[in-house]
Design a protein. Sequence first.
Length: 323
Amino acid sequence: MDFPNSWATPKVSHTEQDWWVSAFYGFAEGKDPAAVKEHMDALLDGQRVYGSILVASEGANGTICAPTQALLANALDTLAQRIGLADGFDPTWSRVDRPIFRKLKVQLKKEIVTIKDPSATPLGGSGGEHLDAQAWNALIQDPDTIVIDTRNSFETKVGTFPGAIDPGNVSFSEFPAFVRDQLKGNEDKKIAMFCTGGIRCEKATVFMKNEGFDNVFQLKGGILRYFQQTDEDTNLWDGDCYVFDDRVALNKNMEPWGHISCPVCRMPVGPDQFDDPKFRAGWSCPSCADDHSFDRTRESSKERLKQILLAANKGKRHSGPQE
């Protein structure tokens, strides 16, 4: 794989960065996803590659990490060939000082990102225009533009672009209802959409085009690539960016910024909430402390925390289910 110059040297401030991370997705049809999974499981068995790879009849999506960029590139090249992606992936590269996943999972899915609308696919329709950071900044500062955060609400609470609409989604499959219920009548407006790595917008923009919205745009490479394309003077983001790995959230320099994930409700908890009396590590956070529907989960979390502490006392890392 050829590494694009713009991504080969990610923005980091640590003195040592030993691990590479790749976030990727690609849409392609006509391949046997079960055979793809089997091949990737065999290829990566015993390799120091960790993370999540989702495979479906429409393509593949995931985030993986490894000690070298070459190891990840080989995995991505093989996966792209197996799913029939002619031009390969356009991954977002970054670096970390440790593995950010505990193991590798290659999973079969009906969709690589779930919207539950077969017509909302880049394989069968045209989506929004992809914009780089500079063009994106100009668009979202236009007062006539409607900016939509296509992520789920627990992600938007960590950070978003100023003025962006939070659809209030618990899952991405709720996005079509949001469009039909709340955006009708704005078909002539410019619509700017963004998500973490770009994949949700691929389907969301196709859906909106199908619903009659003609002026639809998306942030190419999502928030993560936007962070890499901007600096302190040009980055318009407010807050941090939630990520689905052990880092929980990243600041504008692509660094973890102290968030943890509540093991009970999975909501992110920031350092400014650690002194909140509703935050009890492993038991509750300000988002779930008063919600008794999580009581059974709290007991499981308490037991898991106990096992983690026992492993730590023995100098080991608890190898239970990945968060």
